[in-house]
Design a protein around this ligand. Structure first.
Ligand code: FMN
Ligand code: SF4
Length: 421
């Protein structure tokens, strides 16, 4: 693997071991449209997992507080896209009395992402360790793993791992696998709560946070599976100072684990995308475009990305070459996001469609300058108006495209063709 991994050098007494441990071992590549990685070593079984990391510490009672303190000290944030501090979420769950449900969110609805599939197919026990530690520390009584129904290889890997743990009598809460429809919105937390409470897997407006009132009105913790894998390591006092990213190109999605703070272009090169990019979509479909110069300067850490008004989001990097039109990809994504609206809120249903249609008309030279003004107006009208954050992500992504691809925009308006193609 060319992607470097750096482990925070731990004080011997606190961490016990200084062996470098990472979430994944080497890069994992998925050909576009496939669910099984190319040339991956396969699912790590319980024996190898325990041989590599040792047994999972039991985290109940006081030890649970200790885990919470470690999570707070490490400033762990959720890896499902929002990067909300995990310790604050747990505290809110505890303040609501704890117990209830713990959901491992493995839906990975973001079409460009593959990191969660890579983890669940290669390191299923690390994810399950995280679930067990989180459930025991927070007193969650029911554990559910939420997967897209088409994710068959992932389901096989997790089912096998669960059976191994049951046979080994690991003394931990059982985990039930629940299947989500293959939809962009089915991984959104209010949709998860609604589905597990017996409704459709669609977002809903919620007055109280899920941590206080989630599945069947009970306190519910929902965590992305990478967050859980990281909890599984922190419980062992191992902290890989890494970011897990998926580099998506037309041909493949490549998952690499990079040193936090490393250059974004190093991550691209690790996945085989060499040379300066024309632009990079960072964070996924609801992310932000960075122009080529910003992408070359950007580092993979929250501060480095914030300098460019970007966030790692779901950990996706989608580069384009300097001779590619970013507006074309933006229009395709906008159309996908408009089609994905749950059609429950007007601004999302009509507004996203109007934005996508204007972008589509721009591409073929059929948009008039006043439509561009309309595009900006629609953006402002939609932002913050949905019951969930789906339209906010879409609007932010489109706004960044209008800035970054200004030259293409003018060319499309003037002659219906882009500046680069
Ligand atoms: C439209 C939309 C789709 C989402 N899809 C996923 C998903 O597929 N998987 C996921 O882990 N989080 C997804 N999220 C984020 C979840 O709502 C939630 O914040 C996350 O699962 C919490 O886990 P974390 O604290 O570990 O990040 C989505 C959010 C939005 C707005
Ligand atoms: S904002 Fe859109 S996706 Fe979210 S609940 Fe409303 S209609 Fe559904």
């Amino acid at each position: 693997m060319t992607g470097r991994l750096h482990v925070v050098p731990p004080p011997e007494d606190r961490y016990g071991s200084t062996d470098p441990v990472q979430l994944l071992d080497g890069l994992v590549q998925f050909r576009d449209g496939t669910e099984v990685p190319i040339q991956a070593p396969g699912s790590e079984d319980l024996r190898s997992h325990l041989g590599r990391l040792g047994t999972r510490p039991v985290t109940t009672g006081l030890a649970g507080d200790e885990l919470l303190a470690d999570i707070a000290a490490e400033r762990l944030t959720g890896c499902g896209g929002g990067h909300f501090p995990v310790a604050r979420k747990w505290q809110s769950h505890q303040d609501a009395g704890g117990g209830g449900f713990l959901v491992g969110n493995g839906a990975e609805s973001e079409p460009l992402s593959a990191k969660d599939a890579a983890l669940m197919q290669l390191r299923p026990h690390l994810v399950l360790d995280g679930m067990a530690c989180a459930a025991q520390a927070t007193g969650a009584r029911e554990c559910v793993l939420w997967l897209h129904e088409s994710a068959r290889a992932t389901r096989r890997s997790m089912t096998r791992a669960l059976a191994e743990r049951a046979a080994a009598n690991t003394h931990e809460p059982g985990v039930r696998i629940a299947l989500a429809p293959d939809h962009y919105l089915s991984g959104e937390s209010s949709a998860v709560v609604r589905a597990l409470s017996g409704g459709p897997a669609l977002p809903q407006f919620r007055r109280r946070p899920t941590t206080m009132s989630g599945v069947h009105g009970q306190p519910t913790l929902i965590h992305n599976v990478e967050t859980l894998a990281r909890i599984g390591l922190i419980a062992r006092r191992i902290v890989p100072d890494s970011v897990l990213v998926t580099i998506a190109t037309e041909q493949a999605r490549t998952v690499v684990e990079m040193e936090r703070g490393g250059l974004l272009t190093d991550a691209l090169a690790t996945a085989g995308f060499c040379g300066p990019p024309g632009a990079v979509l960072i964070g996924g479909y609801g992310g932000r475009w960075l122009d080529g110069a910003a992408a070359v300067a950007a580092t993979l850490d929250p501060t480095g990305l914030a300098r460019h008004h970007a966030m790692l989001g779901a950990g996706v990097l989608r580069p384009i070459r300097p001779d590619q039109c970013g507006l074309r990809l933006t229009a395709e994504i906008a159309d996908y996001l408009a089609r994905s609206s749950a059609a429950q809120c007007g601004p999302c249903l009509y507004g996203l469609r109007a934005l996508a249609d204007t972008l589509g008309a721009l591409l073929v030279g059929q948009a008039r300058p006043q439509q561009l003004a309309q595009l900006h107006r629609h953006r402002a009208e939609i932002a913050g108006r949905g019951a969930c954050h789906h339209p906010d992500g879409a609007v932010g992504m489109i706004a960044s495209a209008l800035d970054v691809f200004e030259r293409d925009l003018t060319a499309h308006l003037q002659r219906g063709a882009c500046a680069v193609e």
